[in-house]
Structure formats: structure tokens, C-alpha cells
Design a binder for this molecule. Structure first.
Ligand code: DGT
Ligand code: CA
Ligand code: CA
Length: 365
């Protein structure tokens, strides 16, 4: 049985601003795309939940949001796409450490294939999803919501329903009852137009859609959309989790058996992660010229050291040598720090001569 998670960051742009400006926490926060025509022209990109409680929504004119929040001590900020992309990359890097396939669908959203790490067990999936949430919060300070289901559509709907800071697991047995009473608009790809047409046909819930005649759906919406509506509403629309582009780095991190500042002791515990990374690089057909170490201190600071190599890392021995040198450098230079967790990363990855993953192959076909 397949296990798929959908992770979406809560009120992402606004949360990102709260993260770096603690003084605005507790106020309504609205992040805006200013068009520049007048001082207030443009649209809302993201609003925190307090601002939303007054009716502010993404896409709304800034002037309207200002009226709704008049006298509420609200904060209006311009978008800073570059900062959000950096945060986003850090989030998905943390997710990638769980030895899972990740399909990043937007700056704040990804599907994660948990089938292998859970062995297909939905109880276990709840635990893994909770650790992913915890790790993302610990490492980036950001809160997200995770939905889990037997396919991407169910995972996505579960995620939407569990917001904010939620976790919802829908097991295969629960899928039909979970979906049946939801309005059809809760389905991905069902926008206002399709929603209206369905309502005209007397179909308002996903359950009703699931029992509609597939021939009729195809006749009304075309082959692709008709088939999608039929299968997705029954919880049977199955599409693989496929990475969108080559990952540019791989990493693994472990919690040390005890806090320590001894490089040898740390290196011995990085043996497993180093093997796993080399395996994964090999499996994905990557050559790697960059090696780094990640260290999380007992007071939860994250320190890193990295180097680029003249020739690609060939084997465990070469990797171990580089990691050892980087650890010495990191622990030697910073006098008396003790580590709680440590990790290794490979970056500057390139595909070995012309090899492609199956996902890329299918994606281009
Ligand atoms: P959420 O997930 O409901 O807690 O709230 P957001 O703000 O994370 O919403 P989401 O996931 O739909 O979108 C992620 C980010 O994409 C959001 O923080 C800002 C940007 N975005 C979303 N909708 C719009 C929009 O209508 N206009 C612009 N410019 N940006 C948008
Ligand atoms: Ca979001
Ligand atoms: Ca999103």
C-alpha cells in the first residue's frame, strides 16, 4: 500500500515575516505585492490567521484589507521572494533527510512518498509525519501542516482540512467516509467553473461525485478531467510522487548518543549516514564534488563547514577523510562547543554521463 504525505507551510509569507520580526507576532500581518501605481495599489499575497479572522484573504486588494483591519494595529509588509525561497529550500532539505522521495510543487508545498520508510503502515506514517513537522520547526522555526493518505489527492485534501499546524492521517479504510460529505470544491483542480457545472448536475459533495456515472462525467468534462473526477472522488486517483528537478544536495543527520565535542566519537556515529548518502547518490546516478558537515550544538545553534573537491567523491574512505577534516576544523575553531546532533551533506551533484532517473524519463516522454 502506498503512503503519501502532503506538507504545506502555514500562512507562509506572513509566517516567514513573523519569524524574522518577533515584534510583529500577535498582530494581524499582511504580506502584499505592491504594484507601485499608488501607495496602496496591489494585492494581498498572504495573511496570518489573526488577519484572516477579520476577513482578509490572498488575492484581495490591499486597500480592502486595510479597511478590514482599520484600528487593529495591523502590519503590512512587501513580499521578499528571495528570503522566502531560501527558507523554502531549507525546509525541503530537512524533509529530504528522512530518506524519502520529495516532489516540491510550490515554494511552500511538497508531496512526500512515505511508502518505503513506513513499510506501508499508516500508524507508522503518523509518527514519521510528526517527526518531519518537529524537525522542520526545530531547524527552520516554521510551522506546517501535513496530510497523509494513500495517494496525492487524499493527502492534499487532508492537509487543507488540518490547517494550521495540523497533522491528519487518512488510512485507506477511512478514505471513502472522509471524502463523502466534503463539498466538491475541496478537490484539487476543481475550481469555480467545474464546481458550478457539477452543482448544475446536482452534484455538490465528493460522495455524490463518486457515485456519478463516469461516462457522463467524461461527456461533460472531457476524457482527462472526467476520469480524474471519477477516480479522485473515489480516493483512487493514483499518480506517483516524482521529484520535479534534480536535487542539488543530499544530507543525513543523526542525534548523537550523548553530547560530545570529540571528533572521533562523532565520526564513528556518522558512518551509517555516510554509507546511506553514498548509496543514495549512486542510486540516483549522481557524482558529487562538494562535502559538508552539519553540527547542531547543545544550545541548538546550527554550524556548518564544507569544501569543494577537485574530483568527485568516489568511495566511503574518501568521504570519511573529508568529513573528519571538516569536523576537526569545526570543533577546533570554535573552542569548547559540544554537539547534540551531527550530519553530513553532499552537494555540487551532477548526473554521471547521461543517466536519468525513471521520473525524469517519464516526465519527458
Ligand atoms: P495557508 O497555507 O492557508 O496557511 O496560507 P498560505 O499563505 O501559505 O497560502 P498558500 O499555501 O495558498 O500559498 C503559499 C504562498 O504563496 C503564500 O504565503 C503567498 C503566496 N500566494 C498564495 N496566494 C497568492 C496570491 O493570490 N497572490 C500572490 N501574489 N501570492 C500568493
Ligand atoms: Ca501554505
Ligand atoms: Ca501552498
Amino acid at each position: 500500500m502506498k503512503v503519501v504525505a502532503c506538507l504545506d507551510l502555514d500562512y507562509f509569507f506572513a509566517q516567514a515575516e513573523e519569524l524574522r520580526r518577533p515584534e510583529i507576532r500577535g498582530k494581524p500581518v499582511v504580506v502584499c505585492v505592491y504594484s507601485g501605481r499608488t501607495e496602496v495599489s496591489g494585492a494581498v499575497a498572504s495573511a496570518n490567521y489573526l488577519a484572516r479572522s477579520y476577513g482578509v484573504k490572498a488575492g484581495m486588494p490591499i486597500s480592502r484589507a486595510m479597511r478590514l483591519l482599520e484600528g487593529k494595529d495591523a502590519v503590512f509588509l512587501p513580499v521578499d521572494k528571495r528570503y522566502y525561497s531560501e527558507l523554502s529550500a531549507r525546509v525541503f532539505e530537512v524533509v529530504g533527510r528522512f530518506d524519502v522521495t520529495v516532489e516540491v510543487v510550490s515554494v511552500d508545498e511538497a508531496f512526500i512518498d512515505l511508502t518505503r520508510v513506513t513499510g506501508g503502515d499508516f500508524g507508522r506514517a503518523g509518527e514519521v509525519a510528526a517527526s518531519i513537522k518537529r524537525e522542520v520547526l526545530l531547524e527552520t522555526g516554521l510551522r506546517c501542516t501535513v496530510g497523509v493518505g494513500p495517494n496525492k489527492v487524499v493527502a492534499k485534501i487532508a492537509c487543507d482540512r488540518a490547517k494550521p499546524d495540523g497533522l491528519l492521517v487518512v488510512s485507506p479504510e477511512q478514505v471513502r467516509s472522509f471524502l463523502s460529505d466534503l463539498p466538491v470544491e475541496e478537490m484539487p483542480y476543481v475550481g469555480r467553473k467545474v464546481g458550478e457545472k457539477l452543482r448544475e448536475m446536482g452534484i455538490t459533495t465528493i460522495g455524490q461525485l463518486a457515485s456519478a456515472d463516469p461516462q457522463v462525467l467524461v461527456a461533460r468534462f472531457g476524457e482527462a478531467m472526467g476520469r480524474y473526477l471519477h477516480l479522485a472522488s473515489r480516493g483512487e486517483y493514483d499518480e506517483p510522487v516524482a521529484p520535479r528537478e534534480g536535487r542539488t544536495q543530499l544530507s543525513r543527520i543523526v542525534t548523537l548518543k550523548r553530547d560530545t565535542s570529540d571528533p572521533e566519537e562523532i565520526l564513528s556515529q556518522l558512518e551509517g549516514p555516510m554509507r546511506a548518502l553514498l548509496d543514495e547518490a549512486r542510486r540516483q546516478g549522481y557524482l558529487c564534488r562538494g562535502v559538508g558537515v552539519i553540527a547542531i550544538t547543545t544550545d541548538l545553534r546550527t554550524l556548518t563547514r564544507s569544501r569543494k573537491l577537485g574530483s568527485p567523491v568516489e568511495d566511503l574512505e574518501a568521504l570519511r577523510r573529508n568529513v573528519s577534516a571538516l569536523l576537526e576544523e569545526l570543533l577546533g575553531g570554535t573552542g569548547g562547543i559540544r554537539l547534540r546532533r551531527a550530519g553530513v551533506k553532499l552537494f555540487d551533484l551532477e548526473r554521471a554521463s547521461g543517466q536519468r532517473t525513471l521520473g525524469e524519463f517519464l516526465g519527458s516522454g
